[in-house]
Design a protein around this ligand. Structure first.
Ligand SMILES: CC(C)(COP(=O)(O)OP(=O)(O)OC[C@H]1O[C@@H](n2cnc3c(N)ncnc32)[C@H](O)[C@@H]1OP(=O)(O)O)[C@@H](O)C(=O)NCCC(=O)NCCS
Length: 181
């Protein structure tokens, strides 16, 4: 990892390790996390061990565990995917795996840290994401970091018994509030 420390006001980001797999499986199998996250599953601890090894070896993903600064507790996963070095674009993803910790600013803080890493260390031009249109907490979290809505993919995903609209949001480096800071 290069660039500024991967630390925000409330969280720090660190590489995932194999020993995280039981916690990760717990997060991914949590029904309220799965409701709005585009996650495969349900998953086993073994699946998550393989996930950790796969993303650590990947050249097109930069995936991090989210740890609270106060307790140094793993609370979620975030990162950049499908990193395209020609277009200098990547897809952002995040989940806080413990619903009791939602709405405390952890997601926004982690998003800010990943975006800074993407624009500074990885020299990206564009960071984009897909979010279910009904995921108002997600949309709000991304808007706070500077992402703007670009479009709507109508009924693009079949999930938990029905089709869902996906909102495309993106942040260009020149519009990033941290640019030039
Ligand atoms: C989306 C997610 C990462 C956000 O993390 P978080 O730590 O709860 O986010 P924050 O507390 O930083 O910000 C959430 C914002 O949404 C707002 N919010 C929450 N529920 C809301 C609702 N129903 N309507 C409108 N705003 C809402 C909060 O008030 C907060 O905004 P504020 O700071 O202006 O008050 C987290 O909810 C999560 O992991 N969800 C499950 C998985 C998921 O959906 N991942 C994203 C897939 S694209």
């Amino acid at each position: 990892m290069t660039g500024a420390p991967l630390e925000g006001a409330r969280v720090r980001l660190r590489p995932l390790v194999r020993a995280d797999a039981p916690a990760l499986a717990g997060f991914v199998n949590e029904p309220s996390v799965r409701r709005t996250a585009l996650l495969a599953g349900p998953v086993s601890v073994r699946d998550e061990e393989e996930f950790v090894l796969r993303v650590r070896a990947s050249t097109v993903d930069a995936v991090f565990g989210i740890e609270t600064l106060d307790e140094r507790r793993l609370v979620g996963v975030t990162g950049l995917h499908a990193i395209d070095r020609t277009s200098r674009a990547a897809q952002f993803g995040i989940f806080i795996g413990l619903p009791a910790l939602w709405n405390r600013g952890l997601g926004t803080d982690a998003t800010r840290v990943v975006v800074r890493h993407g624009f500074e260390a990885l020299q990206l031009h564009r960071i984009w994401l897909h979010v279910f249109s009904e995921n108002l907490a997600g949309v709000r979290c991304y808007e706070k970091v500077g992402f703007v809505r670009e479009g709507l993919l109508r009924e693009a995903v079949f999930h938990e018994g029905r089709h869902h609209d996906l909102v495309t949001m993106a942040l260009l480096r020149r519009d990033w509030p941290g640019a030039g800071a």
